[in-house]
Design a protein around this ligand. Structure first.
Ligand SMILES: *[C@@H]1O[C@H](CO)[C@@H](O)[C@H](O)[C@H]1NC(C)=O
Length: 312
């Protein structure tokens, strides 16, 4: 690509979230606490779903996979973000930025896909209870989750390679706290229109396709639930979905608002708040949402705490 006599940038600089030292320290402690909390919560879900015999259904297989994914997803963003609060040097190398964007993007897409798989699992459980164990057998669950991971890893190759072959000739200040697509696109010094169209088409398809699957699953679930005659079976069916609905709403709400607006319309303040939400807050809330509403999870937690405290 012809970039004339510009010199290309070799690194990017993050814009500090605040210039005030006290605010930086407060943010650092806040983010560190939520990071540790989310890592511990997600590790708890992984251990609980592996060890508790009552948690051996496909629903917990997918939940475990989601927790595993979220540990990776937060760990691509938060450690760098934490060091930026304390350090004077806010730079990230070109390769570092590309790597961060790639991992964040592929794990994000895999997360959308896993959320769809979990909705499908609820749909089969509620609408086809008699065939549930046949349809959602172990092999199928493994295959579905493998497809999710693979699609994340492959799909993001397209936007990532498109964006990192663009020339960046400065300014190199990223007005964000990690290397995300919209703020990076804004820094390219080329006509980005064609790339923008391709990138947005790819992301829209792979964010929206799982979303439609989730929507269709829940429309069918709602239909089935409304037809149930007894109130107890109705509320039981609903209670197994409520955690998932909450998680989907939080994650998709913030992701759709961030990515499905045109770059020019993005206000950077709102962007940061939304991104903060799905990178820091959501991964912390998921284990909480699933644990608080679920008796087996609570029992596992009690058991684990007892084991740690009394070492038996
Ligand atoms: C998540 O799914 C993938 C693909 O099936 C699998 O390789 C991985 O071990 C799973 N992770 C957990 C923690 O279950």
């Amino acid at each position: 690509m012809d970039v004339g006599n510009y010199s290309l940038v070799s690194q990017f600089i993050f814009e500090p979230l605040s210039d005030v030292h006290t605010i930086k320290i407060i943010l650092f402690l806040l983010v560190l606490t939520s990071y540790l909390f989310s890592i511990m919560g997600n590790i708890f879900i992984i251990i609980a779903s592996l060890t508790n015999p009552a948690l051996q259904s496909p629903m917990y297989f997918f939940l475990r996979n989601l927790s595993f994914l979220e540990i990776g997803y937060t760990s691509t963003i938060i450690p760098k973000m934490l060091s930026n609060f304390l350090s004077e040097d806010l730079s990230i190398s070109f390769i570092g930025c590309a790597t961060q964007m790639y991992f964040f993007g592929s794990l994000g897409i895999a997360e959308c896909c896993l959320l769809a798989a979990m909705a499908y699992d609820r749909y089969v459980a509620i609408c086809h209870p008699l065939h549930y164990s046949v349809i959602m057998n172990r092999t199928i669950c493994l295959q579905i989750s493998a497809v999710c991971w693979l699609s994340g890893v492959l799909v993001v190759l397209v936007p990532a390679s498109l964006i990192f072959t663009l020339p960046f000739c400065g300014p190199n200040k990223i007005r964000h706290f990690f290397c995300d697509l919209p703020p990076l696109l804004r820094l390219a010094c080329a006509d980005i229109y064609k790339n923008e169209v391709i990138i947005y088409t790819v992301t829209v398809i792979f964010i929206m396709l799982p979303f439609f699957l989730i929507l269709v699953s829940y429309i069918r679930i709602l239909h089935a639930v409304l037809k149930m005659s007894s109130n107890t079976s109705r509320s039981k069916a609903f209670s197994t979905c409520s955690s998932h609905i909450t998680v989907v709403t939080l994650f998709y709400g913030s992701a759709v608002l961030t990515y499905l607006r045109p770059t020019s319309a993005n206000s950077q303040g709102t962007d940061k708040v939304l991104s903060f939400f799905y990178t820091v807050v959501c991964p912390m809330l998921n284990p909480l949402i699933y644990s608080l509403r679920n008796k087996e999870m609570k029992d596992s937690l009690k058991m684990m705490v007892r084991k740690i405290l009394f070492r038996k």
